[in-house]
Design a protein around this ligand. Sequence first.
Ligand SMILES: Nc1ncnc2c1ncn2[C@@H]1O[C@H](COP(=O)(O)OP(=O)(O)OP(=O)(O)O)[C@@H](O)[C@H]1O
Ligand SMILES: [Mg+2]
Length: 366
Amino acid sequence: MSFFSKAIVGLDIGSSTIKIVQLKPEANQWKLVSMGIVEIPKESLDAKNLDSQRSTIVETIKRVFKESGIKTKKVVTSLSGDSVIIRYVKLPFMTEEELRGSIAREAEQYIPLNIDQVVLDFQILGETQEDGQRKLDVLLVAAKVDVVDQHLLMLKLAGLSPMVIDIDAFALQNAYEINRVEPSEETIALINMGASLTTINIIEGNNTRFTRDIPVAGNDFTKEIQKEFNLKFSEAEELKKSHGAISMEEDDFSLSTVSHKDDRVLRMSDVMTPVLNKLLGEIRRSFDYYETQARKKTVERVILLGGSARLKNVNRFLANKLGIPVEHFGAFRNVEASKNIDPERMAENEFHMGVCLGLALRQVES
Ligand SMILES: Nc1ncnc2c1ncn2[C@@H]1O[C@H](COP(=O)(O)OP(=O)(O)OP(=O)(O)O)[C@@H](O)[C@H]1O
Ligand SMILES: [Mg+2]
């Protein structure tokens, strides 16, 4: 027997950063054993063929393993974006076994792709009565076969063994649940703003009711800054991280936070605000959709995370416009760290770590 045989790590291969988390269960809490985060060199992804893009990612995966000192090769990873389709559907009542046998036929009408070109999975969430008939509430997940194959090939080239392939939105929910102070029936929206995607997950009590990946996120802010100042992507990225902020009408932004010599902050805010408004429009549409489906329930609170949640005032902007509280969510709020982990590094990166923490939590279920 080995103490390490059960060690599984969460590996979140984002479009801009690769994150790794290893947890250990302790008395009544989770302990963070190791973590790492490494940026993917963006310039080596641009204008390259698929093979060399893949090797850039494989190299970055190797770096994040090295940085964190993690030795196990068993990983839980995830997919996101438009390669994954998630649907909440009602199907005729049947046993789980029967459904497994007929899932392709049942799923066909809900999945806008050729059913032979997707990997299908499902989870029975419960049962309901509709027009006097027993129905099953089912969560359907379909991922494109070629995307899954590419993902597996990449993990293989990195020398890893995939145990589970999860979905970003579900991983976020798991991360949120272990950090929640007490169970509640309220409806919240987790909003994870990454680099290329913003994932929304609307949760009622303990159940996800709606998820969507919106293709508006940090890269769109950076591209606007790049155009405005005529910079390289990496330079615009640095400027955004060091001086970026969204200006708020009620702050006298031009006087209080910005030095008169440096109008870059205001110019950045001016070019980033339309991007944020576009994202806001998509968030509202998602909330409206949920609210019309969900028997008069409304989203009561937003929990904001992802690397782009670090942009100054994004939370205030969304709270103002949506008219509900928007709270930042640090993934490690309720996680104790072992001594070898630098608390500053942990705090600095915890917004990025929601998905990865959720992936690492899968070890108990496998
Ligand atoms: N201080 C900061 N201010 C503003 N944006 C920041 C800051 N730090 C990081 N970001 C942004 O966060 C994003 C990266 O976040 P994250 O690691 O969550 O993304 P990802 O998982 O790689 O992306 P995706 O999930 O969309 O593929 C980048 O767009 C980066 O510019
Ligand atoms: Mg991400």
